[in-house]
Ligand binder design. Sequence first.
Ligand SMILES: O=P(O)(O)OC[C@H]1O[C@](O)(CO)[C@@H](O)[C@@H]1O
Length: 246
Amino acid sequence: MKIIQTENYQDMSNHAANMILDRVKTANNITLGLATGGTPPKKLYDLLVKEYNDRSVSYRHVTSFNLDEYIGLAKENKNSYYYYMYNYFFQYIDIPKEQIYLPDGLHDNPSVACQQYDQSILKNGGIDVQLLGLGENGHIGFNEPGSSFDEKTHIVELADSTREANARFFDDITEVPTKAITMGGISTIMKSKEIIMLVSGENKKEAFSTFLSTDVTNHFPASILKEHPNVTIIVDQDALGEEFNK
Ligand SMILES: O=P(O)(O)OC[C@H]1O[C@](O)(CO)[C@@H](O)[C@@H]1O
């Protein structure tokens, strides 16, 4: 596991963008696992779009799978991850529409949507580079504490703490969905060839310190990353606190 310390959110985003651009530019075909939330984007996606606008990268050979989606939010709802991804990223680049996958949170039968999502990931040969953010309670994707490490894409009941943390994006906490679909559980995420996890902000200090100190346990889902052979964690000074080394 490699840990890269950065000064701030901007530096962290630059670093992550450069890693992703390097992989995209050198591959003939590449499958990215993408994340939403406050940490990875929006700066990171801005940088990936900027590079496209500067004509130094094309995304025509990229296939993308998003980590998660709320159940019950319309695509045009600004809090759906579908809206988020199109609004910040997909609409500005040349990735073909048929190569974009997000879990279908509006499917009549969400369990079927989960199975179909796993089949699509399998058919694509898995994920090459998976981007992650670290949740305050240690979640990755929406794999909440207590989730089995063996689960595939599945429906989750969101933890109260996650709904509270994400309420900042909604007008009122009552509007935050109680359920979501999350990729992989952990098993799909762990099969990615490479994982990049971003950790930013003071509100992640405790989670990051727990991440460093804990043994692998499903009570802190991100801890499973310690068993992956190719993980880079990019953390900013606010999340690192006093342990930051200049
Ligand atoms: O960056 P945030 O908003 O704190 O969220 C951390 C992670 O939790 C999630 O929001 C859960 O979906 C991810 O999208 C994100 O990477």
